[in-house]
Design a protein around this ligand. Structure first.
Ligand SMILES: [Zn+2]
Length: 246
């Protein structure tokens, strides 16, 4: 799917229903939502014999996650037009730093951009580096999870020097940044601070030197389970300089 077709589908979705309500959009599109059945997948989209159905795993209780899954399946419906999608491990991550198929990536990206329209989000972003207190307000405004709000806010940040990193335990899971030159291998694969002991907010030096020059503002947020989101801001090291030093 090219970017024009993606934008057309997104604009259509945002025009026909309240941008924040995938449930309203399903009503307009004539898609029935079935959410009282436990399943092995997060969600399904079935379009067959005139039926348009979205199944959401009843074992998933978090309302933000359910809303994201419905939006993800609407993404498949509008973008891909195949009869059946079985979606496992739907991630509120419109980032290509994780290993997923292109159609799953597009459906995640559609859900993220549908639930948090770009212009509206940009109007809520501070002109200083982002902190989790700003992201919490944005998450409440759009009624989405902190992870979704953090990912999209960092990508659209006005200061552009934040990096959001998700560690599972101490192990790198994914990252997001407005800096498109940054690659997964630029990020420490093992978190250089002990996430079980570090304060939730601190200014530190000498830890993230491969990414920043001088002091770094570091904030930690635990969305669920063993996962920790690390939000960094400071003076970014130029990757070109880092390369020249090698
Ligand atoms: Zn999917």
């Amino acid at each position: 799917m090219n970017n024009t077709a993606f934008q057309e589908a997104l604009t259509f979705a945002q025009q026909v229903s309240n941008p924040h309500s995938p449930y309203g959009l399903c009503r307009v599109l004539g898609i029935e939502i079935i959410s009282d059945k436990p399943m092995h997948k997060d969600g399904y989209l079935v379009c067959r014999d005139g039926c348009k159905l979205i199944f959401v795993n009843s074992l998933i209780h978090n309302p933000h996650r359910r809303k994201f899954i419905v939006s993800h399946e609407i993404g498949h419906f509008l973008l891909h037009r195949d009869n059946l999608y079985c979606c496992d491990n739907i991630l509120e991550i419109g980032t290509s730093s994780i290993n997923t198929s292109h159609q799953e990536y597009e459906a995640n990206r559609f859900a993220s951009e549908y639930l948090m329209p770009q212009e509206e989000l940009i109007s809520l972003l501070p002109s200083k580096p982002l902190q989790f207190s700003d992201i919490s307000k944005i998450a409440s405004h759009f009624n989405v999870s902190m992870t979704s709000a953090a990912l999209r806010s960092v990508k659209l940040s006005k200061s552009e020097d934040e990096i959001l990193i998700c560690y599972d335990g101490q192990r790198l899971k994914w990252f997001s940044s407005a800096d498109r030159t940054l690659n997964l291998y630029d990020i420490p694969s093992h978190c250089p601070v002990d996430l079980s002991k570090v304060p939730l907010i601190s200014d530190i030096t000498g830890v993230w030197d491969s990414l920043y020059d001088g002091p770094v503002h570091q904030e930690i947020f635990q969305p669920f389970g063993n996962q920790k989101l690390v939000l960094l801001s400071g003076n970014r090291t130029s990757m070109e300089e880092a390369y020249c030093e090698l």
